[in-house]
Design a binder for this molecule. Structure first.
Ligand code: AMP
Ligand code: MN
Ligand code: MN
Length: 355
């Protein structure tokens, strides 16, 4: 959740999807594998709807093709936001610590770089073919076979095409996974990248009989009362700096581990919180600083279009899309926000502004 990849808008320049040779290599990597072999699917840390939905949707597709040994996993604590706890295919999910160390085929979903796979990154450097399925323009082309389409609104767009090329028909379970992914990354079909092709894909998914109202309520519109109160605390301390970013404005707030503990909540509950501050009319850029450990913060950045926040995130060791990016911050909250301010255009030396 909270990853409006589609917010980056249609990709400028000559960004294109996978070549026919790349599609053929990915199809062969699956088709040439006997069905008794072990397939490991990995998505990025703190999985959002696109990471999880793309991975589980493809995992179910492999099941339909007859693969019996399929594991899906992600790095870090094996903990999912409440919103995803009813997704189809969750029975294929295993904690990272239980993931095979020597699978016969590896697939990575929605991760722009190997570092996003944390302690599981080594699975992509072993002897097994490693297929990387992604839509980040910044993808570092790790792994051996690349299905990277920066024009795709979500990784699930690429997954749907791969399933089609493998001859796997959409069923309601696969469709629900891909729908969660597509709805997440397009911000419920609101962001710039919501093209006719996105709606056509949504139509194919809906035609399987899935329940969009029920899914949306579950993944976007449901949270524990403790989280509602926690959001109140965090939103009350939101700061608006209208003069920042060359007058475009910055809005930011933070949530600590103590905030979570006080309301008996777990970190994943904070993922949608950025959406509650990025709506601020007076600011183009929004920033949410979430404590993950003493002195360590997961930082979410969003822009409405005036600023390339992925450049800010990359400069601070992270990554993401033009209008939605993130990085790991160190030190006190104020230091983390100061680091963001220093990288934003229009706040430092003249000429830094991106126009
Ligand atoms: P988030 O704010 O966590 O929803 O992430 C927004 C975007 O930034 C996503 O495309 C992420 O893949 C990317 N991102 C977030 N955190 C990091 C990080 N620490 N390193 C690289 N990319 C990140
Ligand atoms: Mn993602
Ligand atoms: Mn994505």
């Amino acid at each position: 959740m909270g990853e409006p990849a589609g917010a980056e808008g249609p990709v400028a320049g000559d960004a294109t999807g996978p070549t026919e040779a790349e599609w053929a290599a990915a199809v062969a990597a699956v088709r040439d594998l006997p069905p008794d072999r072990r397939v490991l699917l990995i998505c990025h840390v703190n999985p959002d709807g696109d990471a999880l939905g793309s991975m589980l949707g493809f995992a179910l597709g492999l099941r339909r093709l007859g693969y019996r040994a399929v594991q899906a996993t992600f790095p870090g604590r094996p903990e999912l936001p409440e919103a995803f706890q009813a997704m189809p295919g969750l029975d294929l999910l295993v904690p990272a610590a239980a993931a095979w160390t020597d699978p016969d085929l590896v697939l990575s979903f929605d991760a722009a770089s190997a570092s996003r796979l944390g302690e599981l990154a080594d699975r992509l450097t072993g002897p097994a073919t490693a297929v990387v399925i992604d839509h980040h323009a910044s993808n570092t082309r790790f792994g051996t076979v690349h299905l990277v389409d920066p024009t795709a609104a979500a990784t699930s767009v690429v997954v749907e095409q791969l399933l089609d090329r493998l001859g796997v028909p959409l069923d309601v379970e696969i469709a629900e996974c891909l729908y969660v992914a597509l709805a997440t990354d397009t911000g419920s079909f609101r962001f710039e990248m919501t093209t006719p092709a996105v709606h056509e894909m949504a139509a194919r998914l809906l035609a399987t009989g899935l329940r969009p109202g029920e899914i949306s309520r579950r993944i976007f519109d449901t949270r524990p009362f403790g989280a509602v109160r926690l959001y109140g605390d965090v939103l009350r301390r939101t700061r608006l700096e209208p003069e920042a970013v060359g007058g475009r404005g910055l809005v930011w707030t933070y949530a600590t581990l103590d905030d979570l503990a006080r309301h008996r909540q777990r970190p994943p509950v904070l993922e949608p919180l950025i959406d509650s501050i990025r709506c601020t009319a007076e600011a183009d850029v929004s920033c949410l600083v979430k404590q993950v450990a003493p002195g360590e913060w997961a930082v979410s950045l969003r822009s409405k279009g005036g600023v390339d926040v992925s450049a800010v995130a990359v400069a601070l060791g992270g990554g993401g899309h033009r209008l939605a990016a993130g990085f790991t911050g160190r030190g006190e909250v104020e230091e983390v926000v100061a680091a963001v301010r220093a990288e934003l255009p229009g706040t430092g030396e003249p000429g830094e502004d991106q126009g």
